[in-house]
Design a protein around this ligand. Structure first.
Ligand SMILES: Cc1cc2nc3c(=O)[nH]c(=O)nc-3n(C[C@H](O)[C@H](O)[C@H](O)COP(=O)(O)O)c2cc1C
Length: 215
């Protein structure tokens, strides 16, 4: 992985949706190459009072997966900003650099992401999600969606997430949330999954707090 966003120009073969995305290759590549490519989606000050459910009586958890540390930094900043508990989704088998090589069609990530039924195992047990009112779920965008291990996490905790507010957030090389929000909703049908948001890695604690105030 030498350039963030490069996968944008290398859709996995055989998928109509991704073929459609290929048509936008030049645009995506240009966007990903811009140093401030993520800024358009970042929070701006609304001037609204901070009425976050996450800083009132409601209890929030930030659960995240991060292969190379970018989402981890964002998740820690978010949890610190809103006083939430934090849980790292750690793969039972950690991803090596070779595993993350999107150029290699046979790399672990390529194989997993081609298979919608792939559910990589998570190390250790998740906290009891039923004790939280709001669960933020963070991940890097892989092939325009959530990594398969996020599917493992959401699907295996679907019962505990029923009735909870679930808020996806992500980092990426430039692309947005894709259909990951809808995917999470279908994996946990009883949860109230809110429209997710992609942030740049350097999003400030203040911006994250203002964004989280909406839930
Ligand atoms: C296998 C793989 C696929 C990726 N696919 C995309 C993509 O479709 N769009 C994009 O903008 N970035 C893509 N990226 C870049 C990551 O989303 C980006 O580097 C992210 O911030 C990494 O977060 P992390 O350090 O928390 O793992 C991909 C990275 C990997 C390893």
């Amino acid at each position: 992985m030498t350039r963030l966003g490069e996968p944008l120009i290398r859709p996995a073969p055989g998928k109509r949706k991704e073929q459609r995305q290929m048509k936008h290759t030049a645009l995506f590549a240009a966007i990903a190459a811009l140093p401030l490519c993520g800024c358009a989606q970042d929070s701006s000050s609304s001037g609204k009072p901070d009425t976050s459910a996450t800083n009132s009586s409601k209890k929030a958890l930030v659960a995240y997966f991060s292969a190379t540390g970018t989402t981890k930094g964002l998740a820690e900043r978010l949890a610190g900003a809103i006083g939430a508990d934090i849980f790292e989704i750690v793969p039972e088998q950690r991803y090596t650099e070779a595993d993350l090589n999107w150029r290699d069609k046979e790399s672990r990530s390529s194989v997993e992401m081609r298979d919608r039924a792939s559910r990589p195992a998570i190390a250790g047990a998740a906290p009891d999600l039923s004790s939280f009112d709001v669960v933020f779920v963070g991940y890097p965008i892989w092939w325009y969606r959530e990594p398969s291990i996020i599917d493992t996490f959401v699907e295996s905790n679907a019962a505990a997430l029923a009735g909870k507010i679930v808020v996806p957030f992500a980092t990426s090389g430039g692309s947005g949330m894709g259909d990951s929000t809808a995917n999470l909703q279908s994996l946990a049908p009883g949860a109230k999954v809110k429209e997710g948001r992609r942030f740049r890695a350097s999003a400030s604690a203040d911006d994250l707090k203002k964004w989280a105030a909406g839930f």
